[in-house]
Write a protein that binds this ligand. Sequence first.
Ligand code: IPE
Ligand code: IPE
Ligand code: MG
Length: 248
Amino acid sequence: MIQNDNHISSATTFTNLPRHVAVIMDGNGRWAKGQGEERLYGHRHGVDAVREVVRTAAEVGIEYLTIYAFSTENWGRPAAEVDGIMSLIANAILSELDTLTGAGIRMRFIGDTGSLPEKLRHSIRIAEAVEIPADKLRMTLNVALNYSARWEITEAVKQIGGSIQQGRLQPGEITPELISEHLATRGMPDPELLIRTSGEQRLSNFLLWQLSYTELYFTDTLWPEFGRDGLLAALHEYERRERRFGRL
Ligand code: IPE
Ligand code: IPE
Ligand code: MG
């Protein structure tokens, strides 16, 4: 059978699928500008793209999807944009919760969530209280909110230092595995694939420890236009990558 590229890129069966995909959702502002609109218009359409990507990821069988929604550095933006993003995320968590739960998708939040606005903390508490039985669980959606990798690693070092001070741990017992267990992603496999949209090729303080051997995928597509086809194209590109981990 002859298949053209369209068929191949929209196929949803994979011989080699990552268990964990991380995404730096970038380009909402530039997309809005291109439409002659305000930046928040781009963030609203960004939420629609998240919905589509989450649904597609669960459908193809991704177990963990980690999305970068707000970095600790993003506080440096104008207050109106920050407030708009916080409110959009708080509303989206609540409005999507039933659909996600019904689809076997649980939400987890990584980052310094304690210092987020109360309305958002309220949404997070509700979402985290949902329990999905193991036989119904299809995917974990990690939302990185007020997250930065240096914050996360600093917190881990503080905890490990505290254990040493209390005599519960010897410095010689610190291993890479122990450090991983003190990160916000504890218990999850490291991402096999990182996607960044909008043409920027940097990590912007995202998952620095966990991405040590991750395949990086950069696309010029702006986040509001990424959607289902964008994710499938990235997964097909991953399928073609050869991972060597320093070996031959
Ligand atoms: C990503 O889009 C969303 C967040 C960082 C919250 P941007 O808002 O960074 O969009 P650009 O990069 O300015 O186009
Ligand atoms: C990274 O995007 C953070 C999120 C996607 C939440 P930014 O747009 O904030 O990153 P820089 O400023 O281009 O590095
Ligand atoms: Mg950006």
